[in-house]
Design a protein around this ligand. Structure first.
Ligand code: FES
Length: 165
């Protein structure tokens, strides 16, 4: 083998080595730059953007002792790229005009909506005749547990409930 051929082989080896190094460095740079960009683009799709929030229902003074009062509410929910509206009725009840309990109107059986029914003396679910007492406890029918109760606070005479994300 001539000296010239040996030099050509060494040159070729060096070129391949340098090309490989450049490829590895370019791949690392692309990964470092690309991953945050991809994460930025898909992040709204994978995280819930709603947070807990307090919703003011109305004044305590409007509640008649022992009689639940329904407060309709709605709020926008953003879950990734999907936006929707959550609606419901929060039933507030007080016995003494100071302490207030607020119940969800979602039946704990199969999520139908319950209504206060004075004749039956409770929250009635028309889907399967479920009945909840004024304290939210199950009185009759298939519901497996009491009505869900909102975390509640009263500030300046206004009732607020905590809506979770
Ligand atoms: S959904 Fe309410 S009793 Fe079945």
């Amino acid at each position: 083998m001539s000296d010239e051929m040996i030099e050509n082989d060494e040159e070729l080896g060096r070129r391949k080595f340098l090309t490989g190094i450049i490829g590895v460095v370019a791949g690392a740079v692309a990964t470092l730059v690309g991953l945050p960009a991809v994460a930025y683009l898909i992040s709204p799709g994978v995280k819930k953007q709603n947070e807990e929030s307090w919703l003011t229902l109305g004044p305590v003074s409007t509640l008649a002792p022992g009689v639940p009062t329904g407060f309709p509410f709605s709020r926008r929910i953003k879950d990734g790229w999907v936006e929707s509206t959550q609606t419901g009725v929060a039933y507030a009840i007080t016995q003494d005009g100071q302490n207030v309990k607020v119940f969800s109107n979602v039946c704990t059986h199969l999520s139908c909506r319950v209504n206060w029914n004075a004749e039956r003396g409770g929250f009635f679910c028309p889907c399967h005749d479920g009945l909840f007492g004024v304290d939210g406890a199950v009185v009759a029918g298939p519901p497996p547990r009491p009505l869900d109760e909102f975390q509640t606070k009263i500030e300046n005479g206004q009732i607020s409930i905590l809506l979770e994300a």
